[in-house]
Design a protein around this ligand. Structure first.
Ligand code: ACO
Length: 311
């Protein structure tokens, strides 16, 4: 009966047994996962663009090789995630259709421009740093295919974070101009990075249910606080200043207090009006259209093979 299916599902959650594609699951659990995993996949793919912008201009062959590998990793993450979402009964074409029509969300952070080489440092350090903070707990998310995809993704993200921090460290110990460039990148990326964790808990529509389903293991505000606490120390280590005059260690709480987040800016970017939303979407639409011949050729080839096999 429906009730016993539901009980079985709940028992699995309570016992930390993962839910697998063929298991019964509530419709809304399935929908929430499709929403979150597909948004996550789109973020990885759109996230290739701001850094792709610097591959041809990396300052050395070594930097170029590292950046190229990093951007390719993001493409790979998108593919695992689209595959994980497909196990829930949506096709990749449907997901991409939602992205290209502008209906699907992807992370707000990728709608900001990458203006200087130091932005490659700031993006790796802060954006990938924030991404890991959110994704390490997702290795224990209740849906098996999503959790397993996250294990490898997190290993790669941790390399990305370190390569970004290393770029910042080198710039920060370089010439006056290099140090300024690093500080300027930190100034521009800090607030958007802490917005990445999503709205504050009181305004987070999905958090309570997603926590109950053990899709999310920590709330948006908890993860944001953890990120701030570790990142402030890292900034100190390389002599850069976090652009928040209200940032202050709170002895009693054992956490940093921080200034007010500009939520109008966040929602504005989420709604499609950030500095690069149109450019990002257009780049993905063009990539899709320019790749049509590859899809057509692959399809024609597979049909030809099928015909031959049938003869
Ligand atoms: N950018 C764009 N939209 C966002 C963001 C953000 N940074 N944060 C929240 N939102 C959206 C949510 O998608 C939701 O919109 P929807 O109902 O249309 O789907 C709405 O704002 C309300 O937010 P929440 O109720 O807090 O949503 P949710 O419970 O899904 O939490 C979160 C948001 C934390 C991003 C969650 O979806 C998550 O952990 N996702 C997986 C990680 C991820 O996607 N990372 C992407 C960036 S990292 C990278 O790609 C390198």
């Amino acid at each position: 009966t429906a009730q016993s299916f539901e009980q079985h599902f709940q028992d699995k959650l309570d016992n930390e047994v993962s839910i697998e594609p063929r298991d019964w699951m509530p419709d809304d659990y399935r929908k929430t996962l499709i929403r979150q995993i597909s948004q996550h996949a789109h973020s990885e793919i759109v996230g290739m663009l701001p850094e792709g912008n610097w591959i041809t201009r990396a300052p050395s062959l070594r930097r170029k090789a590292v950046l190229l590998a990093k951007v390719q990793d993001e493409g790979g993450h998108g593919l695992y995630l689209y595959s994980a979402a497909e196990t829930l009964g949506i096709t990749r074409d449907e997901m991409l259709g939602q992205l290209h029509s502008g209906k699907a969300k992807y992370s707000s952070i990728f709608n900001y421009p990458t203006l200087t080489w130091a932005d490659m440092g700031a993006v790796g350090w802060l954006v990938d740093g924030a991404a890991i903070m959110n994704q390490v707990p997702l290795c224990r998310t209740s849906y098996g295919p999503y959790a397993r995809a996250m294990v490898r993704v997190c290993k790669e993200e941790s390399f990305h974070q370190r390569q970004g921090f290393e770029i910042m460290m080198r710039l920060a110990e370089g010439s006056e101009t290099q140090k300024k460039m690093a500080q300027d990148a930190l100034n521009r990326w800090w607030w958007p990075s802490i917005m990445m964790f999503g709205p504050k808990d009181d305004d987070s529509a999905h958090s309570a249910q997603s926590m109950a389903w053990r899709i999310k293991r920590f709330s948006n505000d908890e993860l944001r606080q953890k990120f701030i606490d570790v990142t402030v120390e890292q900034a100190k280590l390389i002599g850069l200043t976090i652009p928040d005059p209200d940032l202050k260690w709170n002895e009693e709480k054992g956490h940093y207090d921080f200034g007010a987040i500009n939520w109008d800016e966040f929602w504005n970017v989420v709604k499609g009006n950030g500095p690069c939303n149109k450019e990002r979407l257009a780049a993905r639409q063009n990539a899709w259209n320019n790749g049509a011949w590859v899809r057509d050729a692959a399809l024609a080839y597979s049909e030809k093979r099928k015909e031959r096999a049938e003869k």
